[in-house]
Design a protein around this ligand. Structure first.
Ligand code: UD1
Length: 422
């Protein structure tokens, strides 16, 4: 495990470029297996979750040709197995997309139960409900989901819970089914639209992605494509919060400002300047002024993303007055607050873990802290960069699951951060 050594208290200035959306890329890599032709994926983020998934598809025989850090060619024609049960695949959440893709391609899949960050129970019952509606027999056996189907057929599915993963997974399984699948109460996140656009570029017929009713008209086969992934909403939002907490003036390039609206409007409300233009946002935070307090509740898109909850809490820890942050998606997403307290934050988390009440403090100080999960790691980096003095952050490998060259990008903005290998 690696450590960050951070000397905080420096304003950030300059430009930073955002990479491709990790959570779109995960669905797209799995979707690439649905054709026997070669698929080229560009603007791929070079982060460990992506590399684990690429390794997993290689382990079942897919051809994976890494053209460079951000481009990969995948060919699913050489797949020789439907069993993905390696130890490393259990580390990532998105292993579940191999279920949808292999069901669609081969009518059979055995995939290790998904892992990922420990932020709540994270069941996959809605994924299985969707597959079953398409005629798939699913059972859990020896830590794996075993799925088999003779005739994959379209169906009408109503999700009981709005789930990003289930929405993408059902689309993956349904594109090659016979007939039409109607998915109601679907998630609307930008990466769902991106996965649908990608599948359509392969010849799929998906309509309505981005609304809560998605229609998938089954097609007989898909073909190869070249596809460039959208920018990562959460990486961009993280840099926006970084500037809000450390102060300074940073232009964040390669973003889709529309995807950032819930974050932009909250930052503007608390006194941060955010100027949007076509493909960039400029964030300016005045070093002489503290941000104001506010109330936030995480919601499905277009609401405030749960994946930005820790980062905005790190900003509000320094706000003037009391803020309340409600977490409505996951049950256990405030574990990082203990680490912020070590730095001097005054935050009280309700016993049922649904909300945090934040009494803003004027400043926090460096400390020795441990990263509990990916987005918490981003939040703790924000806190450490805004703190006075030195912070040692342990277990920063979690951050590398979803942020490419995070410390390097921060250094280019003037942050005093180094990564040390244990
Ligand atoms: C995805 C993202 C994650 C993000 C989350 C919410 C990936 C790889 N991960 O995770 O970064 O935080 O969306 O935007 O894309 N649920 C069920 N049954 C299910 C599925 C989900 O009850 O079958 C519940 C979950 O426990 C959670 C809520 O639905 O409370 C939303 O989960 P979901 O949108 O599925 O999140 P993930 O796909 O796990």
């Amino acid at each position: 495990m690696n450590r960050y050594i951070i000397n905080g208290g420096k304003e950030l200035h300059g430009e930073v470029t955002i990479g491709g959306a990790k959570n779109a890329a995960l669905g797209i890599i799995a979707g690439a297996l649905l054709t026997d032709e070669t698929v080229t994926i560009d603007n791929l983020p070079n982060v460990s979750d992506i590399n684990v998934l690429l390794e997993a598809i290689r382990s079942i025989g897919a051809t994976v040709d890494r053209v460079n850090d951000h481009e990969v060619k995948i060919c699913g024609a050489t797949i020789s197995s439907e069993v993905v049960d390696s130890e490393y695949i259990q580390k990532i959440r998105a292993s579940y997309y191999l279920l949808g893709a292999l069901i669609g391609k081969r009518g059979s899949a055995t995939v290790a139960m998904p892992g990922g960050c420990e932020i709540g129970a994270r069941p996959i019952d809605q994924h299985l409900k969707g597959f079953r509606a398409l005629g798939v027999r699913c059972e859990e056996k020896d830590g794996c989901v075993v799925a088999k189907v003779q005739n994959l057929r379209g169906s009408h599915i109503f999700l009981d819970v709005v789930s990003v993963g289930a929405t993408i997974n059902i689309m993956l399984a349904a594109v090659l089914a016979s007939g039409t699948t109607i998915l109601e109460n679907a998630a609307k996140e930008p990466h769902i639209v991106d996965v649908a656009n990608f599948l359509n570029s392969m010849g799929a017929r998906i309509k309505g992605a981005g609304t809560d009713i998605i229609r998938v008209y089954g097609v007989e086969r898909l073909h190869g494509t070249y596809y460039s992934i959208i920018p990562d909403q959460i990486e961009a939002g993280t840099f926006m919060c970084l500037v809000a907490a450390t102060k300074g003036d940073v232009t964040i390039k390669n973003v889709i400002p529309k995807h950032l609206e819930s974050i932009t409007s909250k930052l503007q409300e608390i006194g941060v300047t955010v100027d949007e233009s076509d493909e960039e946002v400029r964030v300016i935070a005045d070093p002489g002024t503290r941000v104001h307090s506010t109330q936030i509740k995480t919601r499905v898109y277009p609401g405030f993303p749960t994946d930005m909850q820790p980062q905005i809490t790190a900003v509000l820890m320094l706000a003037e007055g009391y803020s309340v942050v409600n977490e409505s998606i996951f049950e256990n997403r405030f574990r990082y607050v203990d680490e912020l307290r070590k730095m001097g934050a005054d935050i009280f988390v309700k016993a049922d873990q649904t909300s945090a009440r934040i009494h803003g403090v004027r400043s926090v100080k460096g400390a020795e802290i441990i990263v509990p999960d990916l987005r918490a790691g981003a939040a703790l980096t924000i806190a450490a960069l805004a703190a006075q003095g030195k912070t040692t952050m342990h277990c920063v490998d979690y951050i590398e699951r979803g942020y490419e060259d995070f410390d390097g990008k921060l250094r280019s903005l003037g942050a005093d951060i180094i990564k040390v290998s244990d």
